[in-house]
Design a protein around this ligand. Structure first.
Ligand code: PLP
Length: 229
């Protein structure tokens, strides 16, 4: 796939996001596009930058650490599963973490965030469908984890994130996350971000208030299996 194609698809996604925001009566700058670049090469990522500051979302730490130095002026979001022995490199190399769901990981990220950097922006991942095999806290566990994070000076609690199960009515899970954020804001008014919406459900997520959408396939096309790269 040529990087020219990637660039025109990125631009089409940016237009679709702007349209979805307009449709929802929201301003263009009220939702940020995260380009989900897992399994994609640094070269393909660099070709998308073209003078714009892009947000990239990465799931696999080793792969991300290889690419981050090769793609300059980007904002980096960690959106993958966090193993506790990998927290130092996440704390040192990313601007945002979307997948925080345990106090132990929060404390490690806090302790390992370099003093020279701004506090790390974190989102609590919520298991909106209550699927036993899935990462994320249940709705009732958001408040206690938020209280833990609020005590940690090197972390900044910014909001909530979800990966809903595919559904005929994606708006339902999005609405539930938005309502959970509104509740969280009683105690944590600075938590204003909602990370939800992927290639398949972006307009619905925007209509329900997403402030970050995470888009991979609609920009790069279908991903190759990771182990062939
Ligand atoms: C892969 C991934 C995405 C992007 O999904 P697409 O369907 O390719 O747009 C978004 N969020 C997370 C957490 C992911 O792992």
């Amino acid at each position: 796939m040529s990087s020219n194609t990637d660039l025109s698809r990125l631009s089409a996604v940016q237009t679709r996001l702007a349209d979805a925001l307009a449709q929802a009566g929201r301003t263009t700058d009220s939702c940020e596009l995260i380009v989900v670049s897992k399994t994609q090469s640094a070269e393909r990522m660099r070709a998308l930058v073209q003078g714009q500051t892009l947000h990239f979302g990465e799931n696999y730490l080793a792969e991300a650490l290889d690419k981050i130095p090769q793609v300059s002026d980007a904002i980096w979001h960690f959106i993958g599963a966090i193993q506790s022995n990998k927290t130092a490199a996440i704390a040192e190399n990313f601007d945002w973490v979307h997948t925080l769901d345990r106090g132990k990981i929060a404390r490690r990220l806090n302790d390992q965030r370099p003093d020279t950097a701004e506090p790390l922006n974190v989102l609590i991942q919520v298991n909106v469908d209550n699927e036993p095999s899935k990462a994320g806290v249940g709705f009732d566990d958001i408040a206690p984890l938020a209280a833990t994070i609020a005590e940690l000076p090197r972390l900044r609690l910014r909001g909530l994130m979800s990966i809903p199960a595919p559904s005929d009515d994606p708006a339902q899970a999005h609405r539930a996350l938005r309502e959970a954020l509104e509740k969280l804001q009683d105690a944590h008014p600075d938590a204003t971000e909602l990370s939800m919406g992927m290639s398949g459900d972006m307009p619905q997520a925007v209509a329900e208030g997403a402030t970050f959408v995470r888009i991979g396939t609609a920009i790069f096309g279908p991903r190759q299996p990771k182990d062939t790269h």
